[in-house]
Write a new protein. Structure first.
Length: 49
């Protein structure tokens, strides 16, 4: 789903909306791979905690 967005900020915004509905949390590393920058990955980790 995150691959539909081109910009990191858009991906993070979508992740904020989708995070409460994620059921497969043990595969969150796949979500992290959707981000190109370390800062964005760090923010994604915070969102998924």
């Amino acid at each position: 789903m995150l691959a539909l967005f081109d910009f990191e900020n858009d991906k993070l915004s979508a992740l904020k909306l989708l995070a409460p509905r994620l059921t497969d949390r043990q595969n969150k590393f796949k979500v992290y791979k959707a981000f190109d920058f370390d800062a964005s990955r760090d923010q994604a980790k915070k969102i998924l905690q």
